[in-house]
Every structure is written in structure tokens, then in C-alpha cells.
Write a new protein. Structure first.
Length: 148
């Protein structure tokens, strides 16, 4: 005697495929037409090219790329800085780019703070992660040899 195979109802299955297909069409349309894209209107207020490196003790050392001066040393957790820079470094590593090229931290007149990797084209709008995290990176625009 054979056991009948379970049959999945067709109507929910067609609904699922329809929803996935519609999502793909909407996403592709938005990407191709820039509908829903956020336009930035601010002008550059300040920018600083920075190098980030992991120290043997686990801290993150930040230096000014222009003159090599120490900017800040993050000790302990500092999860947001560590996580953000690890993600940026992972992208560079996957593209065969080393850590010797700086990242650009910039503040804008409309209140935005951005972190860019000119080598990979990766761009992060830091305000999307909350004011406390923006403050940590914003401090790097003016810091000189501090430890946090």
C-alpha cells in the first residue's frame, strides 16, 4: 500500500509567488527610476581622512591620514565603531584592497554625518544608527590623541 503524498493547497502557493514577484518588480522599478530615493541637499561642512587599525591589545587606533597624528584610541567594547570598521574592512578585503588607504568622515550642513570608503565606494549615513553613535564618529572630526 502506498502513502499519498501531502498536497499543498494551490491558492496560498500562488499568492506567495505573486507576492514575491510583485516585491521584485517594485524593488527593480524603484532602483531603475530612483522613485523613493532620498535627495541630499546639504553642503560639506567638514571632512577628515582617517585610518583605522586594530592594536595588539584589541583597541582601535584612529590616525589622521594627512599627517599620521593620533586622533583617538578606542579601548574596551566600543561596539559601534568596531562593528562599522570591521564591516568596511571586510568589504575591502573581499575586493583585495589593503588598510593603507583612508576612509573619509564628513559632516554636512543638513546635519548628516557620513563615512565613505573612496576605494570601494561604500557609503554609510551614520545618523541612521542613532544620535549616540553619530556622536562617537562626530567627535573624530576634531579629536587629537584621545583615549575613550
Amino acid at each position: 500500500m502506498t502513502t499519498p503524498s501531502p498536497v499543498f493547497p494551490r491558492l496560498p502557493l500562488f499568492g506567495l509567488f505573486g507576492a514575491v514577484g510583485l516585491s521584485l518588480v517594485v524593488a527593480a522599478t524603484g532602483r531603475l527610476t530612483n522613485i523613493g530615493a532620498v535627495e541630499t541637499t546639504g553642503s560639506l561642512v567638514a571632512a577628515r581622512d582617517l585610518l583605522f587599525a586594530d592594536a595588539p591589545d584589541g583597541s582601535v587606533v584612529v590616525t589622521d591620514a594627512r599627517d599620521g597624528a593620533p586622533v583617538e584610541v578606542f579601548t574596551g567594547e566600543n561596539g559601534f565603531v568596531r562593528g562599522t570598521m570591521r564591516g568596511m574592512a571586510r568589504t575591502r578585503k573581499s575586493e583585495g584592497i589593503g588598510p593603507e588607504d583612508p576612509f573619509r568622515l564628513a559632516s554636512w550642513s543638513d546635519g548628516r554625518l557620513t563615512l565613505d570608503d573612496p576605494k570601494t565606494g561604500r557609503h554609510i549615513e551614520l545618523q541612521a544608527f542613532g544620535s549616540a553613535n553619530v556622536e562617537v564618529f562626530g567627535h573624530l572630526l576634531t579629536a587629537h590623541g584621545e583615549t575613550r
